[in-house]
Design a protein around this ligand. Structure first.
Ligand SMILES: [Zn+2]
Length: 325
């Protein structure tokens, strides 16, 4: 029998699963070979280069809230096609596909949970649902949650992961920026803390509204955080952006965010922030008065309470302590 006349190959490829997926992946950041089990055990971060892969909204809730403490609210709101928008597909068709693949009705989970046993209002956006886009349901659910936090005097934690406003809802999605920001202003007046967590990617109208209004703004390492993406800006200005521009480390250097926290420490740190804000009214009042802009100025950062400086990993203002580190 000739070598080239064999119909069946003699060597069989052994795979662990029927679909042929062996469980090995090439890291998109460092190109090293990693196993999916290793990735899952490491909170979806590459064990070789620490690249933070996207987490699903349900995994994010598990990673932040106390076990089985999350109760979802305002699920009665469903997206509708009030503009009868059609691009290459109609909006109802796009929604139906996204709903069928995700088993969710829109791109956000809002509800209550406990963090370190402290009742907290939590919202988590899901990038896998139409790019985590902000439509009227996302805006309304988030606004209702902010009002719920205000009524029940609960700290608010929002995890953003979004491509921005949902173009299929046009002006209706843009209106959510003003609505959520106005609700957050009431929360600020009532001195209730709001912690904003930015994950890869957070962009467009979400960055330009509620995601940037946190009393504390935390980002995951290496997350893309921007209004317009790097490609759009480069095409617009005709220049390449500097390496790392619009990444969390760059934003921290330029005072746009307060701290970068690794995913494995996020639960502990966020719970500590919630505990700090909930446990000491005087400190909460001091910090929320300063809020976003003034906290970024060096002189007011120096006057932050010591415990908060420690949580934000800011250098100690005690020169002796600085010298010893
Ligand atoms: Zn890697």
């Amino acid at each position: 029998m000739g070598l080239f006349s064999r119909r069946q190959p003699k060597i069989k490829v052994q795979t662990s699963k029927r679909d042929g997926f062996s469980g090995w992946l090439k890291c998109t950041s460092c190109t090293e070979l990693i196993h999916v089990n290793e990735l899952e055990a490491n909170d979806n971060c590459c064990p070789k280069c620490d690249f933070h892969y996207r987490l699903s909204a349900s995994d994010r809730i598990k990673s932040l809230a106390d076990k089985d403490s999350f109760t979802e609210l305002f699920t009665h709101l469903k997206p509708t096609d009030s503009l009868e928008f059609v691009d290459s597909q109609s909006y109802p068709d796009r929604l139906a596909k996204a709903q069928a693949s995700s088993k969710r009705d829109d791109s956000i989970y809002v509800g209550t949970c406990t963090m370190n046993k402290i009742p907290t209002a939590l919202a988590v956006m899901d990038f896998s649902f139409m790019g985590g886009s902000m439509g009227s349901v996302l805006g309304e659910r988030l606004t209702l949650l902010i009002e719920y936090a205000l009524e029940h005097k609960m700290p608010l934690v929002v995890v953003s992961s979004s491509g921005g406003a949902r173009m299929q809802e046009s002006i209706l999605s843009l209106m959510q920026m003003a609505k959520t920001s106005a609700a957050l202003a009431k929360l600020d007046e009532a001195r209730i803390p709001f912690i904003s967590i930015l994950t890869n990617p957070t962009s467009g109208g979400v960055t330009a509204s509620f995601a940037s209004l946190g009393d504390i703004i935390i980002a995951e390492p290496g997350a893309l955080i921007c209004f317009a993406g790097p490609r759009v800006i480069e095409q617009c200005i005709g220049h390449k952006l500097p390496p790392g521009a619009q990444k969390s480390e760059f934003l921290l250097q330029h005072g746009m965010i307060d701290c970068i926290i690794h995913r494995k420490d996020m639960r502990k740190k966020v719970a500590e922030f919630v505990e700090f804000f909930s446990g000491n009214e005087q400190d909460v009042r001091d910090v929320s008065c300063k809020s976003l802009e003034s906290c970024k100025a060096q002189e007011s950062v120096d006057s932050l309470p010591a415990k908060l400086r420690e949580l934000m990993a800011l250098p100690d203002d005690n020169p002796e302590a600085q010298a010893s580190t």
